[in-house]
Design a protein around this ligand. Structure first.
Ligand SMILES: Nc1ncnc2c1ncn2[C@@H]1O[C@H](COP(=O)(O)OP(=O)(O)O)[C@@H](O)[C@H]1O
Ligand SMILES: [Mg+2]
Length: 293
């Protein structure tokens, strides 16, 4: 176990394994009756969920159903209109509450891979030795050690996304928030990064909230999947993923249990995607009518 992982346990990180999940634990995140409106638009409507410490929690739902808004509220980038969120931070912890990995490119083009990965730690004035150890560890874990001195324009899209992931993990947040981080990647790089993410998460058992539009990805990665309704975004269902870990994504695709889960989630989601489309069409029709003299 690495030095940083040892320190994390000392800071009250839950132990890994089945017994952690069997015991009643204080949720890492408690979302209670959350509502978010933008003017007349109800983006999120009465969402209540408890997310366990160390849980890999995935959110799927049609476009515009409020996934990003929910994540931004968790990150403190947006305020709730009503209801509450609580994030359990161990007493005395000096770790940041969260780190967010955004969709698409979110690393600084003028910084090297190393400096990008070290950014969060530097902002927190972490000691140089800690920065060296953590950044070194996560560049290694994401296969970027050789590219530490490169600039983003010298990297492929998949490598840039790995830099974002290395930065988020090196920052050592209580909670990792990921908004469709792999959606822009090609299929091969996506599988590699999904596996890397699972491996790094397995090392640390960090609480992850992960948004995706891919049901396959949700099932590959998640402990539990929140399916949201079309706007206003509500909880349609919460689906546990009882597939054993560690998961081999290629093997999993052949497993009948995998196919059954994907199928059952899709059947619920299909109606919502359909409804979201109808809403979009109505809005377009409405706009066109208003603009016609
Ligand atoms: N800052 C904002 N101002 C006004 N409307 C917003 C704002 N942010 C999001 N919305 C609206 O809220 C709804 C949910 O958006 P979002 O959370 O981005 O959905 P998703 O990520 O599920 O696609 C959409 O209708 C979107 O247009
Ligand atoms: Mg979004």
């Amino acid at each position: 176990m690495s030095q940083s992982a040892t320190n994390l346990r000392a800071l009250g990180e839950p132990a890994k394994g089945a017994d952690r999940r069997a015991q009643p634990v204080r949720p890492a995140i408690r979302i209670a009756d959350l509502q978010k409106t933008f003017g007349k638009l109800v983006a999120i409507d009465r969402v209540s969920i408890d997310i366990e410490p160390g849980e890999f929690f995935v959110i799927v739902g049609p476009s515009g159903c409020g996934k990003t808004t929910l994540l931004r509220i968790l990150a403190g980038l947006e305020t709730a209109t009503a209801g509450s969120i609580e994030i359990d931070t161990p007493a005395g912890s000096d770790r940041p509450a969260n780190s967010m990995v955004f969709q698409g490119e979110s690393i600084f083009p003028w910084m090297t891979v190393w400096n990008n990965a070290a950014y969060g730690l530097r902002m927190r004035d972490a000691p140089a030795a800690v920065i060296k150890e953590r950044v070194g560890h996560y560049l290694d874990a994401t296969g970027l050690t050789r590219f530490a001195g490169y600039y983003p324009h010298q990297l492929s899209g998949g490598m840039k996304q790995r830099v974002s992931i290395a930065r988020a993990f090196a920052n050592d947040p209580e909670i990792l928030l990921m908004d469709e981080p792999f959606s822009a990647l090609d299929a091969q790089n996506k599988v590699l990064l999904q596996e890397e993410l699972l491996r790094i998460w397995g090392e640390q058992t960090k609480t992850v909230v992960f948004i995706t539009h891919s049901v396959d990805e949700a099932v590959f990665l998640g402990d539990r999947i929140l399916v949201m309704t079309a706007q206003p975004g509500r909880v349609k269902s919460l689906v546990p993923v009882p597939l054993p870990r560690p998961r081999n994504i290629i093997e999993l695709q052949k497993a009948p249990e995998f196919g059954e889960l994907v199928h059952s989630i899709w059947s619920g989601l299909r109606d919502e995607v359909q409804r979201a489309r109808e809403q979009e069409n109505t809005e377009v029709a409405h706009d066109t009518k208003e603009k016609t003299p």
